[in-house]
Write a protein that binds this ligand. Structure first.
Ligand code: NAD
Ligand code: UGA
Length: 458
């Protein structure tokens, strides 16, 4: 079959895999190839056991794979034969040298730029899909024009706004698709070419365009604003616990103001995930770089509150359980950073497990999708940790439960049976307000929710 365009994506991760699967699914006349330097990941993408769990992903991949969607480790050939190249490699926080712990580590991204330069033998549109510091496109352009390669490269910014757990829904019905370009004739032409691809399933009003720097910056700012809402509500949850106000009632009253809106106001044990922390640190680093220290401090406080919220959760457990956790068995309900994903990157559960182990507690972890990642995260950590798929089995003989991920299944457990199998007094610390606290209290639990008065039998 003759394809209208050939698309390549470098990086077959949480973004590259699902995003390209959706493009291939919606655009059968485009050939979409996803490449990665990690052969295990590619083998998994070509198998029935995909490397990531996302509701609906299996169906989309199955419909397109082998038809116009291909996964491969042949980066070089992929580059040669494509018209449009998405770069979706990881851009973690840099952990060494200048900017350690703050700046973006651009080494993976830079390697792809050099690879494209070395392998390309025809003009290409290069699309930044990874989240990058503003002005990265300039560096990309400089690399691509550095060795006299006469091919024309046009760099676009097309940040991804999907959230894990709802990736397929977000990709199929995005709030917006943002495409940034140089405002030159060739830049505008490339922008339109990409817009035309998305227009296969996204309405034109939702495909917005901007200059390339606004596009790069908008991605960092969108994540910063989202995280800021969580830190705002979490900071107020601490005040609620002191004043008998209820955070759910406050969030509802505040969120009904249409200027504020009601989404993303769920108080929690803290936000996790691979991006919020890293992207805010990156924003803070950029602001400091430009001498904007007050702006940097403002955004940094979003992270400070998040750390405080995780710390506070463990201190509350310690205080409630008579100031000692040594030898106590604590069961964690959920290890993923949010429901409907197996991803545990930056999950508050990692922090909390380590703190509980430092208190010499024994930790039993249950999660429907994240146990294999949890094992990797806790490798080499000293202390007693065990894992169980079954929440009923996991809680047997435990002193306390800590609910860390808002999986639906936790709402339908037989808490009476669980209570009976636990040591007494039995405690439940609810890091996600998804359970019926009154009912738990009536069963016999001492209940400690986030941002609400505790319900205890003492
Ligand atoms: P990831 O770690 O899951 O995937 C990145 C992949 O790139 C890995 O499989 C890695 O092997 C591959 N890779 C690295 N260097 C390579 C190279 N030189 N050649 C080929 N492959 C290479 O990361 P992710 O979660 O998919 O995130 C990718 C980017 O998207 C990041 O910048 C992130 O901030 C951004 N983002 C992530 C999300 C999300 O929900 N995870 C959402 C929006 C944006
Ligand atoms: C987030 C953004 O929502 C996406 O738009 C963005 O593309 C992505 O980051 C990214 O750049 O990586 P994600 O981290 O996958 O997506 O998931 P979110 O739904 O944003 O949740 C992040 C964290 O905040 C989770 O730990 C979640 O439990 C927590 N959260 C979320 C709350 O504690 N309260 C809320 O009200 C909402």
């Amino acid at each position: 079959m003759e394809f209208k365009k050939k698309i390549l994506c470098i990086g077959a991760g949480y973004v590259g895999g699902p995003t390209m699967a959706m493009i291939a699914y919606k655009c059968p006349h485009y050939k979409v190839t996803v490449v990665d330097i990690n052969p295990t990941r590619i083998t998994q993408w070509n198998s029935n056991d995909l490397p990531i769990y996302e509701p609906g992903l299996d169906e989309v991949v199955k419909a397109a794979r082998g038809r116009n969607l291909f996964f491969s480790t042949d980066v070089e050939n992929g580059i040669r034969e494509s018209d449009i190249i998405f770069v979706s490699v990881n851009t973690p926080t840099k952990m060494f040298g200048a900017g350690a712990g703050m700046a973006s580590d651009l080494q993976y991204w830079e390697k792809t730029a050099r690879k494209i330069l070395n392998c390309a033998d025809s003009p290409k549109i290069i699309v930044e899909k990874s989240t990058l510091p503003v002005k990265t496109a300039l560096a990309m352009e400089r690399i691509l024009t550095s060795n006299g390669n006469s091919n024309q490269f046009e760099v676009l910014s097309n940040p991804e706004f999907l959230a894990e757990g709802t990736a397929i829904k977000d990709l199929e019905h995005p709030d917006r698709v943002l495409i940034g370009s140089r405002e030159t004739e060739s830049g505008l032409k490339a922008r339109e070419e990409l817009a035309e691809m998305y227009a296969n399933w996204v309405s034109r009003e939702r495909i917005i365009t901007s200059n390339i720097w606004s596009s790069e910056l908008s991605k960092l700012v969108a994540n910063a604003f989202l995280a800021q809402r969580i830190s705002s509500i979490n900071s107020i949850s601490a005040l609620c616990e002191k004043t008998e106000a209820d955070i759910s009632e406050v969030a509802r009253a505040v969120g009904m103001d249409s200027r504020i809106g009601n989404r993303f106001l769920n108080a929690s044990v803290g936000f996790g995930g691979s991006c919020f922390r890293k992207d805010i640190l990156n924003l803070v680093y950029l602001c400091r770089h430009y001498g904007l220290n007050e702006v940097a401090d403002y955004w940094e406080s979003v992270i400070t509150i998040n750390e405080y919220q995780k710390e506070r959760f463990v201190i509350n457990m310690l205080n409630a359980m008579f100031n000692t956790l040594a030898g106590k068995k604590i069961c964690l309900f959920g290890f993923a950073f949010k429901a409907n994903t197996g991803d545990t990157r930056e999950s508050p559960a990692i922090f909390i497990t380590k703190k509980l182990l430092a208190e010499k507690a024994e930790v039993i972890i249950t999660d429907p999708k994240a146990l294999s990642n949890a094992r990797v995260d806790l490798e080499g950590v000293s202390g007693k940790v065990s894992y169980s798929e079954d929440p009923h089995e996991a809680t047997t003989g435990c002193d306390a439960i800590a609910v860390l991920t808002e999986w639906d299944i936790y709402q339908n457990l037989d808490f009476k049976k669980i209570y009976q199998s636990m040591a007494k007094p039995a405690f439940i610390f609810v890091g996600r307000n998804i359970l019926d606290h009154k009912k738990l209290f009536e069963i016999g639990f001492n209940v400690y929710p986030i941002g609400k008065p505790g319900l205890t039998h003492f």
